[in-house]
Ligand binder design. Structure first.
Ligand code: HEC
Length: 144
């Protein structure tokens, strides 16, 4: 538990270089609620360094396993996420707590990103299109 919590803090400094280096172009989210549009901008600004999601022009995930870097996170074009799990990942640093920094955003910004991501993540998944992901909440002790 202690180790799991202290790791992300060490990585925040490293992550901020990644975030500074990766801009994002072409946010095509529009006509949505203010919270979701603001969530899309926050995602592009704070999460696109490590995650891919084409609706906001984010390309941070690895294109191929062979070119993967340790910090590459899941590709949200193909992975659905539910609201609760996005909140969990933001507060805990992903599901493993090993790479993604915890609390990149807090409070209202967490809610806005969760609202945005639970609506847009998984829009290129094989099954269904853009529907709200059904939630199977992750827990901290799910295999570490
Ligand atoms: C430094 C790179 C990095 C940044 C920045 C980052 N993530 Fe992650 N994220 C990861 C990695 C790596 C994983 C997969 C490993 C894990 O779950 O611990 C992950 C996992 C996740 C998951 C769980 C996905 C799944 O289904 O397994 C969610 C949700 C998530 N991130 C959302 C976000 C959001 C939202 C932001 C911006 C606030 C963000 N991430 C910023 C690297 C990052």
């Amino acid at each position: 538990m202690l180790l799991r919590r202290s790791m992300p803090i060490l990585l925040i400094a490293a992550a901020s270089f990644v975030l500074a280096a990766c801009g994002s172009e072409g946010n095509s989210v529009s006509g949505q609620s203010a919270a979701i549009e603001s969530g899309s901008q926050l995602f592009a600004a704070r999460c696109s360094g490590c995650h891919t999601l084409s609706v906001v022009g984010a390309e941070g995930s690895a294109a191929q396993v062979s070119s993967a870097e340790k910090t590459n996170g899941p590709n949200f074009n193909t992975r659905k996420e539910c609201y609760e799990n996005v909140v969990y990942a933001i507060q805990n640093g992903g599901f493993s707590g090993a790479i993604m920094p915890a609390n990149i955003v807090v409070g209202k910004e967490t809610e806005q990103i969760a609202a945005f991501l639970s609506k847009y993540a998984g829009s290129e998944a094989m099954s269904g299109t853009g529907s709200t992901a059904k939630c199977a909440p992750k827990s901290a002790n799910a295999g570490g």
